[in-house]
Design a binder for this molecule. Structure first.
Ligand SMILES: [Zn+2]
Length: 234
């Protein structure tokens, strides 16, 4: 019997690698929780400077464009604040620096729930290796939350400790909970469409693709549209 998450957290922090990742991975959940009154914070670790295969693209121009895309999508989803860590694509490491930045943010935002990529998901079928930045951010977010942010002896200069209650891992191969996003599927599609530098296809095609993926997750949860997660209670 599929477990549906119905209670929104008071404050949620979504931690992702690239500017479009939160919307693709958890946009329906974030907008549903925002509509229910949650304070939704989004952390983007890398700037998205390599999000183009055209050698003529200027990385600085692309970063500027992607900041605007995120601002537009955040308005649609109801994001309260974006937190940019400013790393370059492909240059993220699960090291002390990244963990310190995430611990500082967790202690500042003090979320009940954190959403992040499942770092154990490496191969999706036979054609996609999960991006290294996604895996790195998943591990760093988990390590930052447990035990570092919760233990005052880790990074004692980075603010008072804070224990996150629950973590939802997206892009997981082992989902155990689902969020019904039937009410926000169109908002999710509209948010993803804001990332025009990444999603070149027509609006209609994109909408169809987003709906189809959420419909597949919804089937597992016996609802119209869903996002799937692996949940950890800490
Ligand atoms: Zn990404």
């Amino acid at each position: 019997m599929a477990v549906l998450v119905t209670e929104p957290p008071a404050t949620v922090l979504a931690v992702y690698a690239h500017p479009d990742d939160p919307d693709v991975s958890a946009g329906g959940t974030l907008s549903r929780w925002a509509a229910a009154g949650a304070a939704v914070h989004v952390c983007i670790c890398a700037d998205g400077d390599k999000g183009s295969s055209d050698p003529a693209t200027d990385p600085a121009d692309l970063v500027a464009r992607r900041r605007l895309e995120v601002a537009a999508s955040g308005q649609i989803l109801g994001v309260k604040a974006h937190h940019w860590l400013g790393f370059r694509d492909g240059e993220l490491d699960d090291d002390r620096e990244l963990r310190a930045r995430l611990v500082a943010l967790v202690r500042e935002v003090r979320p009940d729930a954190v959403i992040a990529p499942d770092p154990t998901a490496i191969y999706f079928g036979q054609h996609y290796v999960n991006h290294r930045d996604h895996r790195v951010v998943g591990w760093a977010a988990l390590d930052a939350v447990s035990p570092a942010a919760a233990n005052p002896h880790y990074f004692p200069d980075l603010g008072p400790s804070h224990a996150v209650r629950v973590v939802y891992l997206s892009g997981t191969l082992e989902p155990d909970v689902w969020v019904d996003i039937s009410a926000t599927i169109d908002i999710k599609a509209a948010a993803i469409a804001c990332h025009a530098s990444q999603v070149g296809e027509s609006d209609e095609w994109l909408r169809g693709a987003v709906r189809q993926r959420a419909e597949e997750a919804g089937r597992e949860a016996t609802v119209g549209f869903a996002e799937a997660y692996r949940r950890l209670f800490l």
